[in-house]
Design a protein around this ligand. Structure first.
Ligand SMILES: [Cu+2]
Length: 421
C-alpha cells in the first residue's frame, strides 16, 4: 500500500501521487548524493543522521537519503513504517540502490569505515548503550554453518559476495568519479553555476563561443525552458538540468578555474518530535495553504523525511537529534535567472532567502503539525565557497561553511543567531 486514501481496510494506493512527490524531490535527491560524494570523506558523518555539534557542513547522510524515499513512497502506507516496509516490493529496489550508493562512496573513500561507537538504540539482539565496532556480530546473518555471524568487517566489500556495480567495477578512483559525474554531474553545483554563466552571457548578447565550444551544444539549449516545463519548479530544475550535457571530455576540461557558492538548508530536529514518521517541506516563495499539496507544490524545493518505527519497545526509541539537508542552489539559480537577484552577490542571496524561505511539517496522513509543537526543530541556512573541478575525473572542492543565522532568526523553528549549528 502506497499513499493510501485512508487508514481503513478499504483504502486504495495512490501510485500517481507517489510519482509526483518523487519527481518534485528528485533534483534535490541527486544533488544530495553528489554533495555526499564531494564533501563527506568520513564514514561516520557520511553514514548516519546523528547530529555532530558545530559541523554545519555534515548535516546530510546516506541514512537521511534513505529515509526520504521511505516517506515519499509510503506516505502512510507500508514504506513509511520501518517495521512493515519490507512488505512492499519496492523496498528491495530501494535498498539495493542504497547499497549501490554506499559502494560508490566506498570506492572513492576506501580508507574510511566504521569507528567504534555506542548503540543509541536497541534491536532484537543489541541493547541501547552496547559498544559496537567492526567485529560486532550482525545478528541474525550467519556467515557459515558454524554459528558465526557476519560483522561490519566481513561485509565491507561487495566482492566478498560476488558482485560489484558498473560505476565501480575495475575503475580506479578517478574512473569512479568520472562515471559518477557522467550520471549525476548535471545536478552538481558546478553545472548549476555554469548554467548561470551561460544565461548571463546570452542575456548580454555576447558571443558564447567559449561555452558553445566547451559544451558542444548551442547556448540556447542549455537555458531552462521555464513555462514550457510541465509542472512546478522542481520539474523546471530537473528539466533545465537534464538539458545540461553531462560532463564529458570536452566540457569540464576547459572550464577556467573558478569558484561558486553553494547554499543549503540544514535541518535538525528531535527524531521523535512527531509520533511515527513525518515530513519537513522546504519552500522558496509562496506556497498553497492546503497541506495535502505541499509535497508537490511548485515552490517546494524538497521534502525531507524523518523516519521512525512504530514503537512497541521503548528501548528502540531514537531519542536523539537527527539531521538532513535540502540543497537550495538550483532553485536559487532559477529565481536569479528571472532577474530577482544576483546569485554571485551573497548579501542579495541572503536577503532573498530571508524573505522567501519557508518550511512546514506534516504527518503521514498529510495533516499539518504546528511548527511551535515540533521539539527542537532548528532550520538553518549554510553556504560554502566551492572550487570547480579541474576535469571530469575529479570533484569540486568545498570550502569552510558559513552559518547564516540572520536568515532564520525570527522564524518559528529557525536557528537563531549564536545558537549551536
Ligand atoms: Cu530502508
Amino acid at each position: 500500500m502506497r499513499y493510501p486514501t485512508s487508514g481503513q481496510s478499504d483504502a486504495k494506493s495512490q501510485d500517481p501521487l507517489v510519482v509526483d512527490q518523487i519527481d518534485q524531490s528528485q533534483a534535490t535527491y541527486s544533488k544530495r548524493f553528489m554533495n555526499l560524494l564531494e564533501a563527506y570523506p568520513q564514514y561516520s558523518q557520511f553514514s548516519n543522521e546523528a547530529w555532530y555539534p558545530n559541523s554545519p557542513g555534515t548535516y546530510d547522510s546516506l541514512e537521511s537519503l534513505h529515509d526520504q524515499l521511505h516517506g515519499l513512497i509510503g506516505n502512510g502506507g507500508h514504506m513509511s513504517y520501518l517495521d512493515y516496509s519490507a512488505f512492499d516490493p519496492v523496498f528491495w529496489l530501494h535498498h539495493t540502490n542504497i547499497d549501490r550508493l554506499f559502494s560508490i562512496w566506498q570506492a572513492i573513500y576506501p580508507d574510511s569505515y566504521m569507528e567504534p561507537a555506542v548503540a543509541t538504540t536497541g534491536t532484537a539482539t543489541i541493547k541501547a548503550g552496547d559498544k559496537l565496532d567492526q567485529d560486532s556480530p550482525l545478528t541474525p546473518f550467519h556467515k557459515d554453518t558454524s554459528n558465526n555471524f557476519h560483522t561490519p568487517s566481513s561485509v565491507r566489500d561487495t566482492e566478498t559476495f560476488g558482485y560489484s556495480y558498473p560505476e565501480i567495477n575495475g575503475n580506479d578512483i578517478p574512473g569512479v568519479k568520472r562515471a559518477v559525474n557522467a550520471l549525476y554531474g548535471s545536478s552538481s553545483g558546478q553545472s548549476i553555476a555554469r548554467r548561470g554563466e551561460v544565461e548571463e552571457r546570452s542575456n548580454d548578447s555576447q558571443p558564447t563561443a567559449t561555452i558553445q565550444l566547451s559544451t558542444g551544444v548551442p547556448s540556447a539549449s542549455v537555458q531552462p525552458s521555464g513555462a514550457a516545463q510541465p509542472s512546478g519548479v522542481a520539474a523546471q530544475i530537473a528539466g533545465g538540468l537534464s538539458e545540461m550535457p553531462g560532463p564529458s571530455n570536452s566540457s569540464l576540461d576547459v572550464l577556467q578555474q573558478g569558484t561558486y557558492q553553494e547554499w543549503i538548508t540544514n535541518i535538525r530536529v528531535l527524531k521523535t518530535a512527531v509520533e511515527s514518521t513525518f515530513f519537513i517541506h522546504i519552500f522558496l516563495g509562496d506556497f498553497t495553504n492546503d497541506p495535502k499539496y505541499w509535497s508537490i507544490d511548485p515552490n517546494l524545493v524538497g521534502t525531507h523525511t524523518v523516519a521512525n518505527p512504530l514503537v512497541a519497545n521503548p528501548s528502540q526509541i531514537h531519542n536523539t537529534l537527527v539531521t538532513g539537508t535540502i540543497p537550495l542552489s538550483a532553485k536559487l539559480q532559477l529565481d536569479a535567472d528571472k532577474g530577482k537577484f544576483d546569485m554571485r552577490n551573497p548579501t542579495q542571496v541572503s536577503t532573498y532567502l530571508k524573505d522567501n524561505l519557508h518550511w512546514r511539517i506534516t504527518k503521514m496522513d498529510d495533516s499539518p503539525v504546528p511548527l511551535s509543537e515540533v521539539a527542537q526543530l532548528k532550520i538553518s541556512v549554510v553556504s560554502s565557497v566551492v572550487m570547480q573541478a579541474q576535469n571530469v575525473s575529479d570533484f569540486p572542492v568545498w570550502g569552510e561553511f558559513t552559518v547564516h543565522g540572520d536568515i532564520t532568526d525570527d522564524k518559528t523553528g529557525g536557528l537563531n543567531v549564536g545558537e549551536p549549528s
